[in-house]
Design a protein around this ligand. Sequence first.
Ligand SMILES: *Cc1c(COP(=O)(O)O)cnc(C)c1O
Length: 221
Amino acid sequence: MPLKTILDTIHTELSPYHAQLVAVSKTYPASTLRAAYDLGVRDFGENRVQELAEKAEALPADIRWHFIGHLQTNKVKYIAPFVHLIHSVDSWKLLAEIDKRAAAENRTIQVLLQFKIAEEDTKFGYSPDAIFRMLADGAWQQLNHIQIVGVMGMATFTDDEAQVAEEFRTLKQYFDRLKSDYFTDYPAFKEISMGMSGDYLLALQHGSTMVRIGSKIFGER
Ligand SMILES: *Cc1c(COP(=O)(O)O)cnc(C)c1O
């Protein structure tokens, strides 16, 4: 199927939910991203720092780069000058480092808190308790160069739709709890990044505002 047809289909599916597409372009060459860019895609997701930095260098400056992979603190500095949204904040140490590097760049970096919602324990992400403890502690309020705009999670990779739906419901509940406990006065705290090629329709039904779709757009990696 032509890239344009695939993108049109996805946009039609997202539109009733007012959800946003992040085109996950990891492992694909810059020329592939360029083709999507020429069709209007501006949000791309990458999960490796070096690959992201190289692509950002090679592609137009108005792209919004989303970092969606596990991020090591010692690599934050390489993406801090330009990254649009970091979906994968899973420790206080990382949050503080992002703040420090953003301050050095004179900018504010938007982040999502990544919750561990999948049954498999191979996925990164905070345990819910750790996130709630970090927010209760309050030190995050002193970080002036990060803006927490929502949550992110990855469901278990399984055909069991009921299980995936349950995990999405759980993430939505965490979002609601954070919103009411800490972010009622922060309109920017509104994003729920959930849903990938295999499960994004289900994610939309459970409140996703941002889907991260790779293989459905660009083909199997
Ligand atoms: C690779 C990846 C995706 C996209 O996965 P697809 O199944 O190719 O759509 C989404 N989110 C994260 C965190 C990823 O690493």
